[in-house]
Ligand binder design. Structure first.
Ligand SMILES: [Zn+2]
Length: 291
């Protein structure tokens, strides 16, 4: 019955497939580093050139998309007032190039974004990326974070040390969730309401810890758009944008059908991956195509 109704109401300017109504879904895009410098081979897909980001924002602007922060989007959904062509831009980890490369482009296009920061490395380097040879990649300083806030960027938390949260004991889990919130609120003097799970990995206990710490919302990956109705706001799916994602691929991503089969496949994949990581001695997170 829902599918019939969706089919009847879809198609007003959107390329939704049969039975899909993309107007009832919010695309939340996940970017990482916006890097004018070269990256190691294993990090390359996370390091987008500023020219590619600019081409994405030019496309979104020309297509009439309105950008919101994650928390703004949740507030708009609560009020049933989300603009029809809404999109959320998120940037993970808090690399220094967010300030030097991404922020000027966002400002030029007057676009809003949510930036997820790993607080333990603020002012330092990406030491958790040693496996990828990127341990020297510079991270944002507190002064740069304050300037981003002044430009309208929402700053959310992305743990303190970027661990796999679903592998931590309760004490460390609580610290990794609560410490970044306290630090960011103290340093930036504003409420921090958004969280992103490192690697997108979560469990029921990590989601409970995030909600109990007072975060309004939290993002995973899953490569699905977020449904307007019935979405768990502490498990918001995002769409992965890679360094070489073209404008044409971005457009397809924005129109990715949110069908139930795809949601079930994402859930199954998440479960299998969780099990594989539990038994494996390796560090498989970077092999996950959705990490
Ligand atoms: Zn991350």
């Amino acid at each position: 019955m829902n599918e019939q109704r969706s089919a009847a109401t879809s198609g007003a300017g959107f390329d939704a497939g049969p039975g899909e109504d993309l107007r009832h879904h919010l695309p939340i895009l996940m970017y990482h580093s916006i890097s004018p410098a070269s990256a190691t081979p294993r990090f390359q897909r996370f390091a987008m050139s500023p020219a590619v980001l600019a081409s994405h924002l030019a496309f979104l602007s020309a297509a009439g998309y309105q950008t919101l922060t994650v928390t703004e989007a949740m507030t708009s959904l609560d009020r049933r007032a989300l603009p029809e062509r809404s999109v959320v831009l998120t940037f993970d980890d808090g690399y220094a190039d967010f300030h030097t490369a991404a922020l000027p482009i966002l400002t030029e296009y007057r676009m809003r974004a949510t930036l997820y920061v790993v607080t333990g490395y603020v002012g330092g380097t990406a030491r958790w990326l040693a496996d990828l040879g990127e341990q020297g990649r510079p991270m944002l300083a507190w002064s740069q974070l304050r300037e981003a806030v002044a430009e309208g960027v929402e700053v959310g938390a992305h743990s303190h040390t970027h661990p796999q949260l679903d592998r931590l004991d309760a004490t460390r889990l609580t610290a990794e969730v609560r410490r970044p919130k306290a630090l960011l609120e103290d340093q930036l003097d504003l409420p921090v309401t958004s969280f992103a799970y490192p690697f997108g990995y979560r469990s029921s206990s990590s989601t409970a810890a995030v909600a109990e710490a007072g975060y309004d919302n939290a993002c995973v990956v899953d490569n699905l758009p977020a449904p307007h109705e019935g979405v768990d706001r502490h498990v918001l799916p995002r769409l992965t944008v890679n360094a070489d994602t073209s404008v044409q691929q971005l457009e397809r991503l924005l129109h990715r059908p949110p069908g139930r089969g795809r949601a079930a496949a994402a859930s199954l994949k998440r479960g299998l991956w969780h099990a594989a990581r539990r038994v494996g001695p390796f560090q498989p997170q970077w092999r996950d195509p959705t990490a």
